[in-house]
Write a protein that binds this ligand. Structure first.
Ligand code: NAP
Length: 295
């Protein structure tokens, strides 16, 4: 039985990922992470209505990735469920917030970047050291952010030897610039878009994690432009439907994640587009265009 933790699994792309794992891979058990247990249980009920057999292969774990205490409690819960010899096969770090979620840059970084670090560092001891996978759902906004950076900052973001403490230092500096676009410009960080910065840092953390755990398959990806609560405000502002804007469904957004969880992969510490092909970390590649073949 391959046991997989999906964070932010109570709706949107996270719920679609959980559903596709359960439907397409019968040898799996999914821990549906939800910061609100009630919302998690409701999501699980919607899955069970569609397929009551999932009952034996899924459970909810209360998990707020922005909270050390919540991550510790979730770790103990999952450890208890695994039993003495059980291991975790994979983590999908899907939980995330947009720039408009409230709380400013610090809150966006605490969920989208520090949350990924918090969950990985806590749950990695539950892995079999010889096998397992981590999929970080970041965004094409990460490479698009790096594209606007100075050459020195590009090297920083693309370097697998950039340590977590280096990323923490950068994030602290950026929080001190918050709301001051010219400070970001002077520091070679473009306009300092909060969401793009958080995803660029999460991509760089993916590189260093893959370097530290070469026997695991640790990669990041963008799900694509997906119609969810996160993008609803944008759709409304455009005055068009999601389909008219070329957006895809959460199930389609799960495609690359399923690929990175289960298919043979050609490497480690890489970033993939929504078409499940590799993309560069310092510029946008549109889905369907040739895959990136660099290091
Ligand atoms: P969504 O519908 O807003 O879902 C976000 C999920 O993350 C929800 O379950 C939410 O829980 C959860 N979450 C937020 N903060 C959390 C926290 N502190 N702890 C635990 N869970 C938390 O958004 P989505 O579009 O499915 O986004 C999923 C991921 O895909 C995100 O990382 C996002 O950045 C990324 N992404 C999305 C798109 C897109 O076009 N939609 C594009 C690129 C990347 P609550 O229900 O409790 O709020």
């Amino acid at each position: 039985m391959r046991r997989i933790l999906v964070t932010g699994a109570n709706k949107g792309i996270g719920l679609a990922i959980a559903k596709r794992i359960l439907a397409e891979h019968e040898d799996t058990f999914v821990f549906l992470g939800a910061r609100d247990r009630g919302r998690g249980e409701s999501a699980l009920q919607t899955l069970l209505v569609e397929n009551p057999a999932f009952k034996e292969r899924a459970s909810v774990v209360a998990l707020d990735v922005a909270s050390d205490a919540s991550v510790s409690a979730a770790l103990e819960h999952v450890r208890g469920q695994l039993g003495q010899d059980g291991t975790l096969y994979a983590i999908v770090n899907n939980a995330g917030v947009g720039s408009s979620a409230g709380g400013g840059l610090g809150a966006v970084l605490n969920t989208n970047t520090i949350g990924v670090h918090r969950v990985c560092e806590a749950f990695l001891p539950l892995f079999d050291a010889q096998r397992g996978r981590i999929v970080n759902v970041t965004s094409a906004s990460g490479p698009s952010f790096v594209a606007e950076c100075s050459a020195e900052n590009k090297r920083f973001f693309l370097d697998a030897n950039t340590e977590w403490s280096d990323l923490e230092k950068l994030m602290r500096e950026c929080v001190s610039f918050a709301g001051n676009e010219s400070a970001f410009q002077k520091r070679g960080l473009g306009k300092g878009d909060a969401y793009g910065l958080s995803k660029a840092c999460a991509n760089t953390y993916t590189l260093q994690l893959a370097r530290r755990y070469p026997k695991l398959a640790i990669n990041a990806c963008t799900p694509g432009f997906i119609a969810t609560d996160m993008t609803r405000g944008y759709v409304t502002a455009q005055g068009k439907t999601a389909a008219e804007l070329g957006m895809k469904t959460p199930e389609e957004g799960a495609r690359v994640v399923l690929h990175l969880l289960f298919d043979p992969l050609e490497g480690n510490g890489r970033f993939y587009g929504s078409d499940a092909k590799r993309s560069p970390l310092d510029r946008y590649r549109s889905p369907g265009s040739p895959a990136y073949a660099g290091d």
